[in-house]
Each structure stands twice: as structure tokens, then as C-alpha cells.
Ligand binder design. Structure first.
Ligand code: NAP
Length: 284
């Protein structure tokens, strides 16, 4: 990489970020596009987020991605949010414009594009189970609601965050049936009766079988199981367990690819080369 005084910078704000494949994927895209842009990891702890976000303007970054645990907090630090991000109130892409920082969220688009690459799902007849209620879960819940998902069960460690997501959804999709459950209250029947099961928590990142967030023993080939966590060592425990049951599976790399491509469109106004990006993250 030939970095000069003219090189433009983007990065990823998160903690931790050392596992992130985004720098590799983005830098491959900019190289292939012939753009003098460099993407760097920006490990930032929660108390330093505001200073780091202000720093993006001070050092004239093009913008940044935002990941765990900052997506919801970042929404409150923007000068403006685009229309759909204002509903979600979680930001994964910051664009540094002349009139201030603009917050966007490409996670929902990335998730749906990846999902539709592996299955032709009839959303209107598909009850979904969503594990997590953080920034990524919010974006996925809204994307599914906009697709007309039949019903949604939100399972989260902290009930208040799950209830907050249900309330946000209710403000914009009042006819969508949404239930909230604690992880210990999730029976096998709920998972069996669903069509789509999505993990949007970091559980599984450590590659430990105990990290399968809901019981998957009753899954069948009629289920679609998605884990937005991507593990450097291959499938997460949830994806492995679901595949053994014959379910259609989607790991986190597909969403990573498509949410990243959408961020690049926001920063450059150009369509990035998906094949180069896939190769950079060893997409199978
Ligand atoms: P976030 O806003 O911090 O939310 C984290 C969510 O996970 C919350 O619901 C939290 O529950 C739950 N959680 C965290 N630790 C947990 C634990 N030990 N046990 C049970 N639940 C736990 O984070 P995020 O930005 O949504 O990201 C979530 C995960 O998705 C991360 O691993 C991230 O890397 C991944 N991700 C992947 C992609 C992709 O492109 N593949 C895109 C976005 C995110 P509480 O509410 O109880 O704290």
C-alpha cells in the first residue's frame, strides 16, 4: 500500500476491533478501484467514543464504520441521521460531510442481501426468532419488518433493551406481532415453529459449543439459521449445529460483505468490486 500525504482515511471504531476483517476487505476494494484510500482499525473504549468521533472531523477522515459496542451511542453523536437510521437509532457508517457528521446504517441492507443469496424466503409466511437487541439486531429487525416478516420474537439477556427495540418497531410497524423473551424462557417449540433464527449477539465468537444461544436440536431442513458473528476459524458453533440438522445456514461473512459494500457507496459514490472483497475475506 502506497500511503502519501494525499491518502484519504476511513476506519472502524469499536472495542475490540482486532478480530475485524473489515480493514482487509475495504483495502482490497480501494486497491481494485484505484482509489487512494486507506482503512484502519480504531480501537476505542466506550468513554472515549465522543472524543474519537470528534477526531474524525479534526483529522478529516472520509468517515468510519462503527461496531460493537458503539452503534447505539454513536447515533447520539451525529449531526444528522438518514431517514431509516433515525428510526433504528443505531449507526454503523459515519460520513464526514462539509455540513457535519451524517449517520447511516447499512447492516439491515447487508443482512437481507446476504440472506437472499442463500435462500428464497417468503417473508410473509416466516415467523422469525432474533437473538440480541443491540445495534446490529435493531437494523436486522427493521429490515425484516420492512420486508413484511410474519412475526418476530426478540430474545435478549437484558429485557429492557429488547423492550426498547419492540417499542421502536411498534412506532413504525404497528401491525407486526413482536414478543420479547428472556433466553431462559425460550422453549424448543418457539424455535421449531419459526422459519428464520438469527443470532445477533457476539455469542459464538469464542468457538465454544456452550455459546449456541438457543436450543437448536429441533431444527430441520425447513429452517434458515443465520449467525452474524464470523469466526476466523470457520463456522460458529450455532452454524455447525444447525448444518448438522440440515437447516439452510448463513454465516456472518455475507452480511460483512454487503454492509461494507454499502458503506463504500456512501463514502465514494461508486460501486465496489464484490468479487475482490469476497476474495479478501476468503468468502466461500
Ligand atoms: P451491541 O450493540 O453491543 O449489542 C450486543 C448484543 O449482544 C446485545 O443484545 C447484548 O445483550 C448481546 N450480548 C453481548 N454479550 C452477550 C453475552 N455474553 N451473552 C448474551 N448476550 C450478549 O453489538 P452489535 O454491534 O449489535 O454487534 C453484535 C455482534 O454482531 C458482534 O459480534 C458483531 O461483531 C456482530 N456483527 C456482525 C456483522 C457482520 O457484518 N457480520 C455486522 C454487525 C455486527 P445486552 O443487551 O443484554 O447487553
Amino acid at each position: 500500500m502506497d500511503i502519501s500525504g494525499k491518502t484519504k482515511l476511513v476506519g472502524i471504531l469499536g472495542y475490540p476491533v482486532s478480530h475485524s476483517l473489515s480493514p482487509r476487505m475495504h483495502n482490497a476494494a480501494y486497491r481494485a478501484m484505484g482509489l487512494d484510500i486507506c482503512y484502519i482499525p480504531l480501537p476505542v473504549k466506550p468513554p472515549d467514543l465522543q472524543t474519537a468521533v470528534q477526531g474524525l472531523q479534526a483529522v478529516k477522515f472520509l468517515g468510519a464504520n462503527v461496531t460493537i459496542p458503539h452503534k447505539v451511542a454513536a447515533a447520539g453523536l451525529m449531526d444528522r441521521l438518514d431517514e431509516s437510521t433515525a428510526k433504528i437509532r443505531a449507526v454503523n457508517t459515519i460520513v464526514n460531510t462539509e455540513s457535519g457528521l451524517a449517520g447511516h446504517n447499512t447492516d439491515g441492507e447487508g443482512f437481507v442481501r446476504a440472506l437472499e443469496e442463500v435462500t428464497t424466503i417468503d417473508y410473509g409466511s416466516a415467523p422469525a426468532v432474533l437473538i440480541g437487541a443491540g445495534g446490529a439486531a435493531r437494523a436486522i429487525a427493521f429490515a425484516l419488518a420492512e420486508k413484511g416478516i410474519k412475526e418476530l420474537a426478540i430474545i435478549n439477556r437484558s429485557r429492557d433493551r429488547a423492550v426498547a427495540l419492540k417499542t421502536l418497531l411498534g412506532n413504525h410497524h404497528s401491525s407486526l406481532p413482536v414478543s420479547v423473551l428472556a433466553p431462559d424462557d425460550v422453549g424448543r417449540e418457539l424455535v421449531t415453529a419459526s422459519k428464520l433464527v438469527i443470532n445477533a449477539t457476539p455469542l459464538g465468537m469464542k468457538g465454544n459449543l456452550k455459546s449456541v444461544p438457543v436450543a437448536v436440536d429441533n431444527l430441520t431442513e425447513d429452517h434458515v439459521v443465520c449467525d452474524i458473528v464470523y469466526s476466523g476459524s470457520g463456522d460458529t458453533p450455532m452454524i455447525s449445529a444447525a448444518r448438522e440438522k440440515g437447516a439452510v445456514t448463513l454465516g456472518g461473512l455475507g452480511m460483512l460483505l454487503h454492509q461494507g459494500a454499502a458503506s463504500i457507496r456512501l463514502w465514494t459514490g461508486m460501486d465496489p468490486p464484490l468479487d475482490e472483497m469476497r476474495r479478501a475475506i476468503e468468502f466461500k
